[in-house]
Structures are given as structure tokens and as C-alpha cells.
Design a protein around this ligand. Structure first.
Ligand SMILES: [Zn+2]
Length: 530
């Protein structure tokens, strides 16, 4: 038995208990929180007493929506994020440079550009990527993961030409003359995984790119290193296909799973899940199936979220939906009917409305009091949608770093009301439960940067995104990244706060985010204990 008592620093419990003097653990479980003498007594005199030396002790952060395998995989691709690539010209140069390091014919893959933060203020196209290479496939994925640009060779290998019709839930972009530009959005990305790869049709963007299992396991190791370095101890993989499931299981079996992991299986597999009788969660405290993920609309950062108003840049554009309203009702309804939690990607107000209509119908047929369906992202809900979410007990699983990185670009594209992106203040005032997360690799796992963005609504372009009434306090943001995340995963009895009986998933911070200037918060260093 190993017992330890921590004292000598601020302890943030995320419960009613304010700054207790000490915390005692034994064999990875929290035994007592409170006065030092009581904590010592609770674990016996043999316990090791650890002086925090002024560091802050708190529960590990929970990232309630992320894509760890995709994060690890994308880190081996060319980094085309705005910090690295200010223009299409620079992108072409960088990609061509990578080509020089690869064997002949091997594909060049890049990730992370955003059209609003490229000097040209447009997407790259196949002609741009033909400048990188014409003798090997080239693909660059949009930061949202909802779209890709490919060179002409890859477009041909994917079997796409000017006559290929748009698939349900997706768009093959064409120029004024009707020629495919090389840009593929949403369900059209299903072509990228090739023969034998994971196919998800119109159930989401397909980023389930095949690779050798050993490579994928290495990618997952890399991603876990990054989460742990930022103080994240529990994650939710928000889009699990057979690729993710097999890698998570292999990591567990090989002793390489270091994060507590929940999984939402993509709705393309709903029939199989129901056929198996998976009517509830399955797994253990380390790795568990939690429910179903489905998609209502496209991404907001690609300006394809389904909004009811006209986008400012195109009065005919209202975004993409993956399913008709009746299909969405069917998917959510069938999962709900057997008791499964559903996380629904919905960004625009129109998509959120369709999602809530589906949840409301499902609840009226099969009332379930604590199922905690989740709107993933929830970027631009209107007041009516926010009130309905509160009524229906629907969680908002939000990513504040997205408005920090892309909020001003989104506001320009959406027009009036677009700067209300991520209205955390309104969600809180209405009583909607919020979990904060990264959606990594869309933004990197960095809970304290997320807290900073939620509190300040700051933009990387300078200034503030919209109105400060849509911000939340540091305390609320920390809660949303710990207990909020735990509750959104039905895991609050085990993780998310420091209370007796819970796992001792402990981290320390070198400064207390509740006591430093807000501008200092992103620079606080986190460290996972044990
Ligand atoms: Zn996501």
C-alpha cells in the first residue's frame, strides 16, 4: 500500500471545499480532503507527506471532445497552421520541401490551414498543389478536419472528375466553368481513405486515413504525451470508427494507454452497435464505450455550418447538413430509444434547432431524465436554442480556443451576429451545462489557453471577439474543463474533482489561475503527478 498526504500549497478541489489544508491518497484513490491532521490520520502514520512547496494541486483536466489519434497522425504531416504558413505560396514551398525527404511516389500530407488567415484569403486549389508535385499525391486538410484540398493526380486517383455528382452531405467544389477545383467538403472526404479504408458515407468528415497499426500506435503515444504535458488525464475520443477502436484496444493491451478514455462511436456504425445489443456503456475506468456521435452540419471555421441567416460572403450560402431532418431524428431517436447518450456536432443555429427537435421528439417517445445528450461545439446557438438546451438538459461541449484562433475570420464570413461565436456567458446564464475541450488537432490540447480564451474572448488577430457578456469567469472555466467534462461523460463519480473515493488523477500548477492576472493564465505550467 502506498499512501501520500499533500500539503503546503493551494488545493483546488472543484467542490464546495475551499482551499483545504491537505489531501490524502492511497493506491491511486483519494481518501480524505481537509485538515492536515485528519488527512494523516485517515491513511496512517506510515504515509509519505509531500510538501507542494507552493504549487497548486488540482484534478487533472478533462478534454471532453478531441481526436487523439488524428492529433498524433497530423503531427507527422506538414504543419500548415496559420502560425507556420502565412500564404499559399509559403504552403507550396513547405510541402515541396517535405516531398524532397520522401521516397518517390509517396504522398505528401499537410494539415491545419485556414483560408481566412492566408494572405490570399482563399483556399488553395489543385493547381496550387500541382506546383508541389504532379508525380505523387498531395493533400492538405483544412484546420476543421471537414475538408481537404488535393492535387490533380490525387483527384484522379480518387476517381473524381467534373462529372462526379456531389455525394449526400458533401460538396465537390467546382469553379465557374464547372471544373473540380480539388476542394472536397464534408461527406465528399469519404473518397480519401481508398479501397479497404474506413467508409462513413454521409455520417461525418472522413479523416480515418489508414496506416500501419504500429504507426498508428506511435501516433497515439505522441498524442498522449501532449495531453499529459498539458495536465489532461481524461479524454473523450469524439469520432470512433474501427480504426480508432482497434488502436485504443491495442494500446490498452500493450500497456500503452495512459489517459482515461471515453469513446463516442460514429453513427455510421449505429446499426452494428444496436445489432450487438450495446444498449449502455461498456468498458472500465480506463477505456469505455460511452455512446454515439453524429453530425448535423459542416464546420463553422470552414463557413459550412448550417445557419438560418445568409453568410455575408454569399447570400445563397447557408452551410451543409449531413442528414435530412428526418434522418437526424431517426439516428438520434434510435440511439436514445435504447438508452445511449448521443453527441451531435451542431454549429449553426439551424443545425442546433434540428438537433433539438430530434432530441425533443426522442424524449417525448422515451423519456429519460439523465441521458445528457450533447451538442458538440455549439458555436452559434440563438437565444431560443439556448433556452431549449436548458429545458432539455442538453450539454454544450465547446472549444474556446476556436474563437481565439478563428473568431474574427468567422465573424467576417457570417456577418451580423457572427461575433457571438461560442456564447458561453449566455449558456451559463440560461443554466446549460458546459464542458470545455480542444477538439484537437483543431486546437492543441492546452486547457489553460482554453480557459484564457473563455474568460477574455481574446482574438489572435488582436482585440476581442464580440461582447464580453459572452465570457465566463476563471472559476467557471476551470470547472467546465474538469467537472463539466466529467459530467458530460457521466464520469463525475470517478474523476473531475478532488473528493474522497475518486481517482487520484492529480496535477500541479506552478501558479494559481484564480490568483494571477488573467494574461498570465496561458503561461502557467501544469504537471501530472504519478
Ligand atoms: Zn471534433
Amino acid at each position: 500500500m502506498t499512501a501520500q498526504v499533500f500539503t503546503g500549497g493551494d488545493i483546488l478541489t472543484m467542490t464546495e471545499e475551499r482551499y483545504p489544508e491537505a489531501l490524502a491518497i492511497r493506491d491511486g484513490i483519494i481518501i480524505a480532503v481537509g485538515a492536515l491532521a485528519d488527512c494523516r490520520a485517515s491513511v496512517g502514520s506510515g504515509a509519505e507527506v509531500i510538501d507542494l512547496g507552493g504549487r497548486v494541486l488540482m484534478p487533472g483536466f478533462i478534454d471532453a471532445h478531441c481526436h487523439p489519434l488524428m492529433l498524433g497522425q497530423s503531427l507527422t504531416w506538414v504543419d500548415c497552421s496559420p502560425d507556420q504558413v502565412p500564404s499559399i505560396e509559403a504552403m507550396v514551398k513547405l510541402l515541396a520541401g517535405r516531398g524532397g525527404t520522401l521516397r518517390a511516389g509517396a504522398p505528401i500530407w499537410g494539415y491545419g490551414y485556414h483560408q481566412g488567415r492566408l494572405a490570399e484569403r482563399r483556399h488553395p486549389n489543385r493547381q496550387d498543389l500541382d506546383l508541389v508535385a504532379t508525380d505523387r499525391p498531395v493533400m492538405v486538410m483544412h484546420t476543421s478536419g471537414h475538408g481537404i484540398v488535393v492535387n490533380t493526380l490525387m483527384l484522379q486517383r480518387m476517381g473524381v472528375d467534373d462529372a462526379t455528382p456531389d455525394p449526400d452531405g458533401g460538396v465537390i467544389e467546382r469553379d465557374a466553368a464547372g471544373h473540380a477545383t480539388g476542394l472536397l467538403w464534408d461527406a465528399a472526404t469519404d473518397l480519401i481513405t481508398g479501397e479497404g479504408g474506413v467508409k462513413i458515407t454521409n455520417h461525418g468528415p472522413n479523416f480515418h486515413i489508414p496506416d500501419a497499426q504500429s504507426e498508428l500506435l506511435d501516433a497515439l503515444d505522441l498524442a498522449q504525451d501532449i495531453f499529459l504535458a498539458k495536465g489532461v488525464t481524461t479524454v473523450l475520443d469524439a469520432q470512433v470508427s474501427r480504426r480508432e477502436m482497434s488502436v485504443w484496444l491495442a494500446a490498452r493491451d500493450l500497456g500503452r494507454l495512459r489517459l482515461r478514455t471515453g469513446m463516442l462511436v460514429l453513427s455510421s456504425l449505429l446499426d452494428e452497435v444496436l445489432a450487438l445489443g450495446l444498449n449502455s456503456t461498456l468498458g472500465d475506468d480506463q477505456l469505455a464505450f460511452l455512446g454515439i456521435k453524429c453530425y448535423a452540419d459542416g464546420s463553422l471555421t470552414s463557413y459550412n455550418a448550417n445557419i438560418s441567416a445568409d453568410y455575408a460572403f454569399d447570400p445563397c450560402h447557408h452551410g451543409h447538413v449531413y442528414h435530412s431532418d428526418s434522418e437526424l431524428k431517426d439516428l438520434i431517436g434510435r440511439a436514445h430509444a435504447v438508452g445511449l447518450q448521443v453527441g451531435i456536432h451542431a454549429q449553426g443555429d439551424a443545425a442546433i434547432r434540428s438537433t433539438l427537435d430530434a432530441i425533443q421528439q426522442a424524449q417525448s417517445m422515451f423519456p429519460r431524465s439523465d441521458v445528457r445528450h450533447r451538442v458538440e461545439h455549439c458555436g452559434l446557438p440563438g437565444d431560443e436554442e439556448i433556452a431549449r438546451m436548458a429545458d432539455l438538459g442538453v450539454f454544450a461541449v465547446n472549444q474556446s480556443q476556436h474563437h481565439f484562433l478563428y473568431g474574427k475570420a468567422v465573424a467576417r464570413a457570417v456577418g451580423a451576429g457572427g461575433d457571438r461565436y461560442n456564447p458561453l456567458g449566455s449558456l451559463h446564464r440560461a443554466g446549460v451545462e458546459v464542458a470545455l475541450s480542444s477538439d484537437a488537432p483543431v486546437s492543441m490540447p492546452d486547457p489553460l489557453a482554453t480557459v484564457f480564451a473563455a474568460v477574455t474572448r481574446a482574438s489572435v488577430e488582436g482585440g476581442v471577439v464580440g461582447d464580453l457578456s459572452e465570457s465566463i469567469t476563471v472559476e467557471q472555466a476551470l470547472w467546465a474543463h474538469t467537472m463539466g467534462g466529467a459530467r458530460s461523460m457521466h464520469r463525475e463519480a470517478k474523476v473531475g474533482s478532488l473528493a474522497p473515493g475518486k481517482f487520484a488523477d492529480l496535477i500541479t500548477l506552478d501558479q494559481n489561475p484564480l490568483k494571477v492576472a488573467v494574461a498570465e493564465i496561458p503561461f502557467i505550467q501544469a504537471r501530472v503527478l504519478g
